[in-house]
Write a protein of this length. Structure first.
Length: 285
């Protein structure tokens, strides 16, 4: 077990070094105070939409469908029991549930790397609201299904087996890390999903969940984060008029954008000239 754990840490360290080498040298010379001030206090006019569009929701939906199918398709349920048996015979997991901590590793890394000067897709305010939105959707869906499905855990402790909440939380964080830092280096996506996968595997080996519970939990986690990144820009940009104007005029030349943003002003004043009343009109463009 220790060898596997050390191997995982070594792999993550290797990916981190590779990612740092692939970033510009300017990112290494940082001032933490300035970084925090810029990241926390700056609220951009607009946020970026998810690159992969709504088709990206299909893979996590397939994972959820697989997990749900295990209630009706008997071969999938037999596969659950087979994997449970194999995990019991070849159990390499420690008694301590380190997945309780591993599930939070990806989002912690996102904020930690940002403090270190490796910036992601959004600022602190926006990415935090996106993560909160993703967690809200994930928790509502998973806790509701746990009560509705009423599946017994492998260790017979309770009937909250489906889907795996730990795995859902871990994969939500992994997708969060991939969305924020994946454009900088693919290594960040690999690291995040490595932690998430390890969390799911440990949930099976510790007899907390069936295989289908873990697969469905992964699907719910990824789907929640992807949906948050799809929905949040519409909410964010509709709340701030300046952001909508900037996004609407982003393809115009700067001189036209300036005129459009400044707009025009006009004044209409009454006047008295030699006993005759009149109006004076002035306009600035």
């Amino acid at each position: 077990m220790r060898r596997i754990f050390y191997l995982l840490l070594f792999s993550c360290s290797t990916f981190t070094v590779f990612a740092q080498e692939s970033t510009p040298d300017t990112s290494r010379k940082i001032n933490i105070a300035d970084t925090l001030k810029k990241d926390i206090l700056t609220a951009p006019d607009t946020v970026r939409h998810l690159h992969s569009k709504s088709i990206a929701l299909i893979p996590p939906a397939v994972l959820i469908a697989y997990g749900a199918s295990s209630f009706a398709i008997h071969p999938l349920r037999r596969l659950d029991r087979y994997i449970y048996k194999e995990a019991g015979e070849h159990n390499f997991a420690t008694r301590s549930h380190i997945e309780n901590y591993l599930q939070y590793a990806p989002p912690i890394l996102v904020y930690g790397l940002n403090i270190a000067g490796i910036h992601g897709k959004n600022t602190f305010i926006d990415r935090t609201l996106i993560y909160v939105m993703a967690q809200g959707m994930l928790n509502i869906s998973t806790f509701t299904l746990k009560k509705v499905t009423h599946r017994l855990r492998p260790d017979n402790s309770d009937y909250n087996s489906f889907p795996s909440g730990h795995t859902g939380n871990a994969f939500a964080g992994a997708e969060f890390m991939s969305q924020e830092l994946g454009d900088n280096s693919a290594a960040y996506s690999v690291i995040g999903y490595a932690f998430a996968t390890t969390t799911g595997v440990f949930r099976i080996y510790h007899k907390d969940h069936w295989f289908s519970d873990v697969i469905a939990g992964a699907g719910f986690g990824i789907l929640s984060t992807k949906a948050a990144y799809l929905l949040y820009p519409y909410i964010r940009n509709n709340l701030f008029k300046a952001g909508r104007e900037k996004e609407k005029n982003r393809n115009l030349p700067k001189e036209f954008q300036k005129k459009k943003n400044e707009g025009s002003s006009s004044v209409l004043l009454p006047s008295l000239n030699n006993g005759a009343l009149g109006l004076h009109f002035a306009m600035s463009l």
